[in-house]
Design a protein around this ligand. Sequence first.
Ligand code: DX5
Length: 240
Amino acid sequence: MSVPEHATVTNIRPPASPVQIVPSVLPADYSKLGEEVSALEAAGVDKIQWDVMDGVFVPNLTFGPDVIKACRPHADVPFEAHLMVVNPDAMMLQYLDAGCEMLIVHAETTTHLHKTLSTIRDAGGKTGVALNPHTPLSVVQHVLDLVDMVLVMTVNPGFGGQAYIATMEPKIREAAHMIAESGLNIDLEVDGGISPDTISGAAAAGARVFIAGSALYKYQGGLTAAVTELRRLAEAALAA
Ligand code: DX5
């Protein structure tokens, strides 16, 4: 596999990245977020995603960096901030300082995406680029050397509990192909409507990192059983 000139040796993609089950904190009990974060870690999640919303880019308002900082001591798993905000450059580094390892910016909110990603990397953070359902993969094509994860949204962002948009599966497949062709070590994440009924399709299309909110919290058997079942279904789809 040819490695693009701009790729650094450490970016060479491993044979197949492992399945990761990642909760969205959106449905958690905000009156006891520290305990909720500890419970998610105990349930076996691989990392935790904070859906940061500004009420402008999406019609909802959620977590500032101080909330995440307060929860950081309650778990050891990595935190990532999904920045659903119109101006990520303004505050994004505060989320690194709050204890997030990765910052995910939306391509739709970054006039200078290359600069934004470079700034995060220079500050020691990992980078993610999220694409709303209508946004083509071409927006990240020329900055892949600065990207640690591509997030294909399978809902329109703003709220949990929405229906999975299955027509995003060709886009997930295209993203997996683009990443493989790049020879770079880039994860492929999906977010929105991931449940026992939908995770297999997303995994078969090439996703490896799965954000789940309502499906985890509504699962009859509890958080641990939900994480275990989602992981089993994703891995079975990969083995098929
Ligand atoms: C959308 C949010 C949700 C959340 C997951 O703005 O990003 O996708 O993380 O919610 P569920 O899993 O309930 O669709």
